[in-house]
Design a binder for this molecule. Structure first.
Ligand SMILES: [Zn+2]
Length: 221
């Protein structure tokens, strides 16, 4: 009861509005939702094959193109301290992708410096709600081994791919857990696929049976 009243008061004074067009109501209004360019569960591995020498994940689904209202939502989630956007993106993923049954759900980790600055990992937030919807445990399996230049600042694709190698390692407490497991790996934005591939390689090297990449948005066509 108390929570209900508190939520009501919060909504009264801080109502939600569409982050794209400011319309009062939901974080994403119907019009702006209809603007999204969904990919409808196509397997997108072919499209990034030319970027990667070896592909370590088994399937790749991307929800929609990184543009317009979806790009705004993701940027707000990452840079404007808007954690409340994550469950909305999780529900959209759940609704728009064909979700395989797996042993675990995991996500691309942030470097600890970034995590401290941001206060949360947006991919973890998306994964947590997604795990509730899929009724599957979410595990923080991976960690970054070293800081790398922000992706956006690296223009040279070769440099980006090289830096990506050995970026991730399995958290020591999960080392024995991964063998023969099937895992969904969640990331928010895909560009070359190098990040997803490096994380998948780390999981496969530890004996993971299959990795299914689920991505919210792609910067490619
Ligand atoms: Zn709107």
């Amino acid at each position: 009861m108390y929570v209900k009243i508190k939520n009501f008061i919060l909504e009264l004074f801080f109502p939600s509005f569409c982050l794209n067009c400011q319309k009062l109501g939901h974080l994403l209004c119907k019009n702006c939702y209809n603007d999204l360019k969904f990919y409808f569960s196509q397997n997108k591995i072919q499209e990034i094959k030319s970027n990667l020498k070896v592909i370590y994940f088994d399937d790749l689904q991307i929800m929609a193109k990184f543009e317009g209202s979806l790009a705004k939502l993701i940027k707000a989630l990452k840079y404007q301290d808007s954690k409340n956007i994550a469950p909305l993106l999780s529900k959209m993923l759940w609704r728009h992708l064909i979700v395989p049954q797996v042993d675990f759900i995991t996500f691309i980790p942030l470097h600890p410096y970034k995590l401290r600055a941001r206060g949360y990992n947006q991919c973890q937030e998306i994964a947590l709600e997604f795990g509730r919807l899929a009724n599957t445990p979410v595990k923080n399996l991976l960690e970054r081994t070293k800081n790398i230049k922000a992706q956006a600042k690296i223009k040279n694709q070769q440099e980006r791919l090289q830096r990506m190698q050995n970026t991730f390692q399995i958290r020591s407490k999960y080392k024995d857990l991964i063998k023969n497991k099937t895992i969904i790996l969640i990331d928010d934005v895909l560009t070359t696929g190098a990040t997803l591939n490096a994380a998948s390689k780390t999981l496969k090297d530890s004996g993971a049976k299959a990795i299914f990449g689920l991505i919210v948005a792609s910067k490619n066509e």
